[in-house]
Design a protein around this ligand. Structure first.
Ligand SMILES: Cc1ncc(COP(=O)(O)O)c(C=O)c1O
Length: 460
């Protein structure tokens, strides 16, 4: 269990969380309610109060402390450019329409549900029913929270592969679920040789051993953040077969489904038995470069989708209506505008553009098969022995030190991926750093110029 999770589970059993372990940037509620002398009755719930400094605050703090201003931010996966004009125009038009500015059906605007069903039916090889098999959510994240809220009760187990998208964990734990971790194994030669993201593999014996009678769900992410792996058809078939055998719901997070550089298979399309158990998650934010719009959806069989919709209704009622309308237009126009092909070409171009600098520096990386993250192995970077890391960095895994060092010395922010691991398995990723390439080309070029400054720290 990661110290993050350890800390959290410890706090779940402690009436008042220990003050000393709260880093300054994340004191938040506890600071105001407890340390300012207010009644302990006002203490925040453990689910939000026990978190140690999250990786995003860590990066912000490191950036603020760096002499290399402004920092080139390749950390968080938001786009450095706007959605396509056909989407922006549609949003502006939607804002002028009375019906678009009001509540819509909690399951989503009919036009968006239809546009999603039309766009995805060809991948499933059958007609998806927009009324019963699609539900619109407030981003993929809230969609997944709704799925967990819909099916997970106290003590139910959910299998999650490591590294994981960090929101899964709290979303599973909120309804009382227990996360069971199964690691993805990095390529054995990752520290010395560039390899394909396909070489991060699952040990299927480990996966089967993780299944118990309490296993209710498994979370899959393909294309994968942060690894960039696109699960092969064979891997998905094996996972699907196990889920059918043990009757486990598959929550397939496919938010990067339009960004694949090798053939991409959707687990829900493999067989009717697997489809019966599969909820597929999508994100207009990722598809259309609009992460701030908070429009996502789930596709799945009626017997699963109706409960996800019920949970979504309780959590946030509806998703912003004008932006749903704009996303509907986006789906209607994207194919004819050549947008899906263009998005792949552009993103792959950005990946290659950045990776040229690693080739130049002789630094191995994991060649992404999908998505927009690159994992670079920095085992060769020799951190100076006497480097003045602040106290809250010194005790974190090596990738946190690398991230801090990169920000201070070359002025480039990137993410330490052990944040997405438990403590037992953090060693698997402690030499890696994750770079988001969904930025303007000029930003990538500036990042490359700066990253060349690492040369003097590289030891073969
Ligand atoms: C794997 C994965 N799933 C889900 C999300 C969240 O998507 P959304 O912004 O639509 O909530 C992200 C965002 O970074 C992600 O990387």
């Amino acid at each position: 269990m990661s110290s993050f999770l350890l800390l959290r589970s410890r706090l779940l059993t402690t009436a008042t969380p220990a003050k000393a372990i709260v880093p300054p940037l994340t004191r938040g509620f506890r600071h105001s309610a407890i340390s300012m002398g207010l009644s302990s009755k006002l203490k925040p719930a453990a689910r939000v109060s026990g978190q140690r400094q999250d990786v995003w605050s860590f990066i912000n703090e490191a950036a603020a402390a760096s002499p290399k201003q402004p920092i080139v931010n390749m950390g968080q996966g938001f786009f450095g450019y706007n959605p396509p004009a056909f989407l922006l125009d549609a949003a502006k038009e939607a804002l002028d329409r009375v019906d678009c500015n009001q509540y819509c059906h909690t399951k989503g605007r009919p036009r968006l549900k239809k546009a999603i069903a039309d766009a995805y039916s060809p991948f499933w090889g059958r007609e998806i029913n927009p009324e019963t098999e699609v539900t619109v959510t407030t981003g993929a994240n809230e969609g997944m929270l709704s799925a967990f809220m819909a099916f997970i009760e106290d003590g139910d187990e959910v299998i999650v592969f490591e590294p994981f998208f960090d929101q899964y964990i709290s979303n599973i734990e909120m309804p009382g679920g227990k996360v069971v971790y199964v690691p993805m194994h990095p390529p054995a030669t990752g520290a010395t040789k560039t390899s394909s993201a396909a070489d991060w593999t699952i040990d299927f014996d480990e996966l089967e051993k993780a299944i118990t009678p309490k296993t209710k769900m498994i979370v899959l992410n393909t294309p994968h953040n942060p690894v960039g792996k696109v699960y092969s058809r064979e891997e998905l078939q094996k996972i699907g077969d196990l889920c059918v055998k043990h009757e486990i719901i598959i929550l397939s997070d496919e938010v990067y489904d339009r960004l694949f550089y090798v053939p991409f298979t959707r687990i829900g399309s493999l067989s009717p038995e697997i489809a019966n158990l599969t909820l597929t998650v999508g994100s207009a934010g990722k598809n259309f470069y609009a992460t701030g719009w908070r429009v996502g959806w789930l596709i799945g069989p009626e017997h699963l989708i109706k409960y996800v919709s019920a949970a979504h209704t309780r959590i946030c009622f509806v998703t912003p209506s004008p932006l749903q309308e704009a996303c509907a237009v986006g789906f209607e126009k994207a194919e004819a505008a050549g947008f899906w092909d263009e998005t792949i070409k552009e993103m792959k171009g950005k990946i290659d553009r950045l990776n040229a600098v690693w080739d130049e520096l002789g630094m191995p990386y994991s060649e992404p098969e999908g998505g927009y993250f690159v994992l670079v192995n920095m085992a060769k970077v020799k951190l100076p022995e006497d480097y003045p890391f602040p106290p809250h960095v010194i005790n974190r895994p090596r990738d946190f030190k690398l991230a801090w060092f990169l920000i201070q010395e070359v002025g480039v922010a990137a993410i330490p991926p052990t944040e997405f691991y438990t403590a037992e398995n953090a060693h698997l990723a402690e030499n890696y750093i994750r770079f988001a390439v969904c930025k303007e080309d000029s930003v990538l070029e500036e990042a490359k110029n700066r990253l060349r400054g690492l040369k003097k720290y590289i030891q073969e």
